[in-house]
Design a protein around this ligand. Structure first.
Ligand SMILES: [Zn+2]
Length: 129
């Protein structure tokens, strides 16, 4: 006899019993958790989706949110690049070193990496336990 708790996941289509997600709280040391432990949501044990019942998607999966992430990542990249180029210019001015294209290229790579990291952080959906 199949369990009456078993439902069909709307994301992966499997029959499953939703797994409860507990809030994490603060780690107090020696294995003690302060607060948390409350059931906050439930997810499918197969695809770990909280939308197993076909409810509305997470804001971080929305197109506008990811578009916002791209815009902010570009702004962040630009800010880091300006700061680094300014730093290189200041270094050159103080020490009288004629800068080659290499520090600027490194600055550009760092800025793009920073922007990419920012986008990943911004749109990252935390893994469920
Ligand atoms: Zn699923």
């Amino acid at each position: 006899m199949p369990s009456h708790d078993s439902v069909k996941c709307q994301c992966c289509g499997k029959m499953m019993v939703p797994k409860t997600i507990f809030s994490r709280g603060f780690y107090g040391g020696w294995g003690w958790w302060l607060g948390g432990g409350r059931p906050v949501s439930s997810c499918c044990p197969f695809c770990l989706s909280e939308r197993w019942d076909g409810s509305s998607p997470d804001v971080r999966e929305a197109v506008w949110y990811q578009a916002l992430g791209v815009v902010l990542a570009f702004l962040f990249t630009f800010m880091v690049l300006v700061a680094l180029i300014f730093g290189i210019g200041l270094f050159d001015a103080v020490f009288g070193v004629r800068s080659s294209w290499l520090p600027d290229l490194i600055a550009l790579v760092c800025a793009i990496y920073a922007g990419r990291s920012f986008y990943k952080w911004f749109t990252h959906i935390p893994a469920q336990r």
